[in-house]
Design a protein around this ligand. Structure first.
Ligand SMILES: [Zn+2]
Length: 68
């Protein structure tokens, strides 16, 4: 399964946040599923509607990501 990429800088790692301000680093597969990069981490409580790029200032939803 390929990962979707940031439309600006083309990296594949993003973070999402929860109400406490914690960050969870994730990747997104081409079928728009969000996965934490570390085994055993959970998306519970995190807002998956906005992704923040780890490489640039881009933020947006999984629907704004690019395949290449
Ligand atoms: Zn980026």
């Amino acid at each position: 399964m390929k990962n979707l990429l940031c439309p600006q800088c083309k990296i594949r790692r993003f973070y999402i946040t929860n109400d406490a301000g914690d960050r969870l680093v994730v990747t997104v597969t081409e079928n728009k599923e969000i996965h934490p990069i570390h085994e055993g981490e959970s998306l519970d409580g995190f807002d998956t509607s906005i992704l923040y790029c780890l490489g640039c200032s881009w933020k947006g939803s999984v629907n704004n990501l690019t395949i290449r």
